[in-house]
Design a protein around this ligand. Structure first.
Ligand code: GTR
Length: 383
């Protein structure tokens, strides 16, 4: 009976700040060989690649960069979308490898009356496709395209299921058909990796669209999509800004706090998200050679905006704020001072400024127009 109680308490979710265990985070600025990292050069040449590799091997899996060819096809367009304010482009991005292919369907609006090439917000859509309705009959705070267009920016989206269906039995029916060797490896890519890979292929497309400024691509993701936006921006330094909304466990929140969702739970409910090696850290957070502040640090010196919702304790708003604070020391190597306060700001008191932005919106686990309004503020403030 005692054993049973121990087992159940070890995986129970904690929502009590007083019960957060004492923990020591792995150092950002010390190499595996024990050397202090004191310069941006040493960060970029030694420590950053080391950390990237640790995330690949232990959590998200490899990110294959080779493919045979890529093709972009404009499937549908409308120069007078949104009452003439925007041009709609529906583009099929087809990627080929070993005679297999995946097709990523990109929905995009480009402002007609703003400077071009335009910066673009690209959402990794993990919810219903209706959220990114190209006809605009359905409008959703999850992707408030009109609001982004009115701000003078382009807005794009693609759906995760084009890359890897979000299901433990069918996730292999997508990118993983092109890279079957990934399924054999304990550090092989799975669904979250495949979604991040897709974001990079959409980035390849942006580099070939004259309406878009490829140096100003903002990758946005919510929750599981926010885990993917972080991994995409960590891997692919072409993304200028990363937005991770309510990404929680294995997103922007510190695992060692063991607050809300934990690794055991995420690996059990979603065994198809992370690599096989990650299962070793079930109920064993302190053995992980990384924690999530290190993933955020991989995005430096580029701006990162992490958000939470006050009722979404599952995603640990405080643990997210603390991860950002910890990453400040890497931004400091670039001479950048974060504008974050010492302690978590009040609910609905955003700090939407580069390089590290944060807010805790009042309400539920969601991505809303309030959140997007603040992402736009961040992008404006840096121009
Ligand atoms: C939950 C999961 C979270 C988060 C969320 C979502 O069930 O535990 O990690 O990804 O789903 O994607 O909305």
């Amino acid at each position: 009976l005692l054993l049973l109680i121990c087992l159940t308490t070890s995986v129970a979710q904690n929502y009590d700040e007083a019960k957060v265990p004492a923990y020591v985070l792995p150092p950002l600025l010390k190499t595996t060989a024990g050397q202090e990292v004191k310069s941006k050069k040493m960060w970029e040449d030694v420590r950053r690649p080391e950390i990237l590799r640790l995330f690949e091997d232990n959590i998200y899996g490899q990110m294959p960069k080779d493919y045979d060819s890529i093709r972009y096809t404009l499937k549908n367009g409308d120069r007078a979308a949104m009452n003439g304010k925007a041009t709609l482009k529906e583009v099929a991005v087809q990627v080929y490898r070993n005679r297999k292919s995946v097709q990523i369907n990109v929905v995009m609006f480009v402002p007609n009356h703003a400077k071009k090439p335009a910066p673009v917000f690209v959402l990794i859509n993990n919810r219903g496709r209706e959220n990114t309705d190209p006809t605009r009959k359905v409008k959703s705070g999850f992707w408030p395209a009109e609001m982004v267009i009115d701000s003078g920016y382009a807005v794009a989206a693609f759906h995760v299921s084009d890359l890897a269906p979000d299901n433990k039995d069918t996730f292999i029916n997508g990118v993983l058909q092109l890279y079957p060797e990934q399924l054999e490896a304990d550090n092989g890519m799975k669904a979250i990796g495949a979604w991040a890979w897709g974001a990079s292929r959409v980035m390849d497309y942006f580099e070939n669209d004259k309406d878009i400024d490829p140096k100003n691509v903002i990758v946005v993701g919510h929750s599981r999509g926010g885990k993917a936006s972080l991994w995409a921006a960590a891997q692919d330094q072409r993304f200028a800004v990363c937005v991770t909304n309510c990404s929680g466990n294995t997103g922007a929140a510190l695992a060692r706090r063991q607050f809300g969702e934990r690794i055991t739970r995420i690996n059990t409910t979603f065994p198809h998200w992370f690599n096989n090696n990650y299962k070793k850290f079930n109920a064993n957070e302190n053995q992980l050679p990384v924690d999530q502040h290190m993933l955020i640090a991989l995005i430096a010196p580029r701006p990162l905006y992490a958000t939470n919702a006050s009722k979404d304790l599952w995603a640990d708003p405080t643990g997210t704020f603390l991860a950002l604070k910890k990453a400040e020391e890497v931004y400091a190597l670039y001479g950048m001072r974060s504008k974050l306060p010492a302690n978590p700001p009040a609910i609905n008191a955003p700090v939407p400024y580069a390089p590290l932005a944060y807010h805790n919106r009042e309400g539920e686990h969601d991505l809303t127009a309030y959140d997007w309004g603040n992402f736009i503020r961040l992008v404006r403030s840096r121009r």
